[in-house]
Ligand binder design. Structure first.
Ligand SMILES: *Cc1c(COP(=O)(O)O)cnc(C)c1O
Length: 435
């Protein structure tokens, strides 16, 4: 039953574009209505019709400890009693910055902002300010927030400058954004060969997680590192998803490749709106008020958000076993998903790195945006609706990740696998299959 969600949605569309405050919450691509959420606890989320779901979104990965983690909740409650925001310096910001620098070795200085979008936008401005160069290289299918210069469609060839992927973005804003192909070093090399002296930075999701989960192939991140070094460009890891998820030191620790600048979001806020960007001291020193790169924020580093983020990061730091267990459990879970589809005779692909993964409805190995796009999104939509109707809350799009948290128990994962099995093995399913 989704009666209450449907009613709310009818109201919502009158006042909010598409009825949602972020398009990823819309269920249009699976032909359904968004579930309006009433509350969440641990790995469960409950909607306005009192449906209970095992939650595989977890606020897009932010809730790595599960919903309503006791210590995080307490820290926020206590902070609220002291006033919600001052627009002035606080002790908790110092503690937070110190902790981030301690946990992530490539970071010597860090600036707090309010979202991943802001973090990336500011990191790019910093890279440009530091190098005195304008061009950036980004990978098709990687998402870096909704700032103008990063909403870029791949050009007709990799040699062309970016074409805006959104109305309202002037071509001038994307002229300096060059597109490359994920996992194809040659596509990056071409840009450097042609205009290496003009490239300020290469920005990459060290594990792509916004075209579904696509792992970096061995040598890819290392190759980016050496190309950037060769041409004096900065390497930016957008760790908004992978940061504090693959391990306490993120993808850079997991793969052992050190970026010059790193961006964070999601987990760093513990469920509150926080983003951050940081890197080597000499680079971060170009940021205002020390240097000439302007970046500011009325609510940046506000005490409530810092209390949530600091507490979540502190718990993660104190429990290294969480990462071991989470990653082991995820290895098992995604392997089981592959077994389920294989048993059903479906050639589908399962990609995962640590506790994020995707089931792609395609027989092609998924290594970049092109191969991800071979997925049968109609078949995905049917599957997704079935899972939702049976108490498994998934991102309503093929090109998103499943996020596990430490609150997901083996029993919950077993239950999820049983529901998948029921669907793929007994549902009159094959008629939806394209390839
Ligand atoms: C979510 C995301 C962003 C944008 O963060 P917001 O907080 O939504 O602005 C940027 N980069 C990556 C890799 C993301 O997944």
């Amino acid at each position: 039953m989704t009666e209450n969600s449907e009613k709310l949605f009818q109201e919502a569309v009158k006042y909010i574009p598409g009825g949602v405050n972020s398009p990823v919450r819309a269920f249009g691509s699976i032909g359904s209505v968004p579930r309006f959420i009433k509350y969440a606890d641990g790995a469960y989320i409950y909607d306005e019709d009192d449906n209970k779901y095992i939650d595989y979104i977890g606020s897009w990965g932010s809730m790595i400890l599960g919903h309503n983690q006791k210590a995080v909740l307490e820290a926020v409650t206590e902070a609220c009693k002291m006033g919600l925001s001052y627009g002035a310096a606080t002790a908790v910001e110092v503690e937070m910055a110190k902790l981030v620098c301690e946990l992530v070795p490539s970071i010597e200085m860090v600036r707090m902002v309010n979202s991943g979008t802001e973090a990336v936008m500011s990191a790019i401005r910093t890279a440009r300010g530091y190098t005195g160069r304008n061009k950036i290289v980004k990978f098709t299918g990687c998402y870096h927030g909704h700032s103008d210069g990063l909403l870029v469609k791949a050009g007709s060839g990799v040699m062309t400058a970016g074409v805006p992927d959104s109305l309202g973005v002037p071509e001038g804003c994307t002229r300096d954004t060059l597109s490359a192909i994920y996992n194809k070093l040659d596509s990056v090399k071409e840009h450097f060969t042609r205009c290496g002296e003009e490239i300020a930075a290469v920005i990459v999701e060290p594990v792509a997680a916004n075209m579904g989960v696509v792992p970096p192939e061995p040598g890819f991140l290392e190759g980016l590192r050496s190309l950037c070094d060769e041409y004096g460009a900065l390497l930016i890891f957008d760790e908004v998803i992978t940061g504090f998820r693959l391990g306490i030191d993120g993808a850079q620790g997991f793969f052992g490749v050190k970026p010059d600048l790193t961006t964070f979001g999601k987990i760093i806020g513990g469920g509150m709106p926080v983003g951050a960007y940081g890197g080597r001291r000499e680079i971060m020193e170009v940021v205002a008020p020390l240097g000439g790169v302007y970046q500011a924020g009325t609510l940046s580093g506000n005490p409530i958000a810092m209390a949530a983020g600091l507490t979540q990061l502190t718990i993660l730091k104190e429990h290294p076993e969480y990462y071991r267990e989470l990653n082991n459990t995820a290895d098992w879970f995604f392997k089981k998903i592959k077994e389920v589809v294989t048993e059903a005779g479906l050639p589908y692909q399962v990609n995962h790195v640590g506790s994020i993964g995707s089931l792609f409805f395609t027989k092609e190995k998924v290594t970049d945006y092109e191969s991800a796009k071979t997925s049968d999104t109609v078949a995905f939509a049917k599957y997704c609706n079935y899972m939702m109707e049976h108490g498994v809350y998934l991102a309503p799009a093929q090109f998103e990740a499943m996020f596990l948290s430490v609150a997901h128990t083996r029993e919950m994962l077993e239950e999820t696998l049983d529901i998948m099995k029921k669907y793929f093995l007994s549902f009159p399913y094959k008629k939806f299959i394209k390839n």
